[in-house]
Design a protein around this ligand. Structure first.
Ligand code: ATP
Ligand code: MG
Ligand code: MG
Length: 380
């Protein structure tokens, strides 16, 4: 059969591989490190850095259809690949999304609200920001994730200190908003412009890292849900985006909907789809890349996704010790997904569980038990 290519060898790439393989495709993973979660399950692997032309050429020996699980692939590399292969998403779309300055300006240009912010390229820029941006969050424009490359700052002095500690790289300074809820819209857009959105989940973060997504239980008003979906679709079509994409939104105390950021790939908050929807976000990514029709996104039952960090390996010892999965899997409707990472580290995403049940109260009940067994402290 055909071979599909993916840039990035992390857990998202691994779950893409599984979805592609179950549909009869082979996968080639392009990733700078050996023995990555995705590389170790793919049929083929190219180990090279993302800007290595020789490596990219080697990738093209295997495939003429390439997607990405990692938004920081240089746009120039995507452009290079696109001369010989179908690349989804495109270099142009990824270039916007991988730079918070371009990303925020783009979202605002589509008439969608973003947090009040200022572009910070120099100390002088910072000294001119309005005081209304404090307390705020200074975010490096590039390469941040899981709250890394961010500093919460109460005053201009703290912002200056943080900016210096980042090495004075380009940043945005955002006003800290009073969040009522965080939601995300995961969607897929095919090459013919057809669009599907997945059911909207409510996300909770601990220390800047996604902890849980709750779907079909907490009610979000249909007006808010539709507003977020419309905004996500507008962003995708405005970017000429083909593939799976996620837009994170804040819901404020007054129910206004503010776009936070775009992920040009399947997203952690869409992992619930693997057991809860007619089509998973990874199958959708395969379908787009292979030029097939998109799948239905119906929710089969209320679901909670809980992330498992490496912390669960260090509950009662300094040495990593695998958690007791038996206890978790003995609960009804619990599905375990582990990423095959070589080493558990605190704060590192090691896997997730999806808890699915027709009865919303049962989902909550079992999610709380899973959280207790694995010491996740999830706010569910
Ligand atoms: P991700 O892992 O989602 O890519 P990230 O490092 O890119 O994370 P953001 O999504 O920008 O970071 O922020 C992480 C979290 O910090 C948000 O989900 C939200 O909880 C909080 N946060 C970010 N910006 C703001 C803001 N302007 N006001 C209030 N809270 C915020
Ligand atoms: Mg991010
Ligand atoms: Mg985020």
């Amino acid at each position: 059969g055909q071979t599909l290519g993916i840039l990035g060898g992390g857990q998202l790439g691994r779950m893409f591989c599984h979805a592609a393989q179950s549909m009869g495709y082979k996968v080639v993973v392009f990733e700078p490190h050996m023995a990555s979660p995705a590389g170790s399950v793919a049929e083929y692997e190219v180990v090279a850095s993302y800007d290595d032309e020789e490596g990219l050429t080697k990738l093209l020996d295997y495939t003429n259809a390439v997607t990405t699980e990692f938004e920081n692939v240089p746009a120039t590399s995507l452009k290079y690949l696109s001369m010989q292969a179908r690349v989804s998403p495109s270099a142009a779309a990824v270039a916007v999304v991988q730079d918070r300055i371009a990303e925020k300006a783009f979202i605002a240009s589509q008439g969608i609200d973003v947090a009040p912010y200022a572009e910070i390229r120099t100390l002088a820029d910072l000294e001119q920001v309005p005081t209304t941006l404090f307390p705020g969050i200074l975010k490096a424009a590039r390469l941040g994730y899981d709250g890394k490359g961010q500093a919460r700052v109460k005053t201009l002095d703290e912002a200056v200190e943080a900016f210096k500690s980042f090495g004075e790289v380009p940043c945005v300074l955002e006003a800290m908003l009073p969040l009522k809820k965080e939601i995300s819209v995961v969607m897929a857009r095919g090459f013919s412009g057809d669009v599907v959105t997945f059911p909207v989940g409510v996300n909770t973060h601990i220390n800047g890292i996604l902890s849980s997504s709750v779907v079909g239980i907490e009610s979000i008003s249909s007006i808010i849900e539709q507003k977020a979906k419309d905004a996500a679709i507008k962003i995708a079509s405005g970017l000429n985006y083909f593939g799976v994409m996620c837009v994170e939104f804040f819901i404020l105390e007054d129910d206004s909907v503010v776009a936070n950021e775009i992920a040009p790939r399947p997203h952690n908050s869409g992992h619930y789809t693997m057991n809860a929807c007619l089509t998973s976000q990874f199958e959708q990514q395969v379908r787009v890349l292979a030029g097939m029709p998109l799948g239905a996104t119906d929710l089969l039952a209320p679901t909670i996704m809980l992330n498992i960090l490496g912390d669960s390996w260090f509950i009662d010892s300094q040495e990593a010790k695998e958690p007791d999965w038996d206890k978790v899997l003995a609960l009804p409707g619990v599905h375990l997904h582990l990423y095959g990472k070589a080493e558990a580290r605190k704060g590192r995403k090691m896997g997730h569980v999806n808890i699915v049940n027709k009865d919303p109260q049962q989902v909550l009940h079992y999610a709380r038990q899973v959280s207790e067994i694995l010491h996740l402290n999830a706010h569910v």
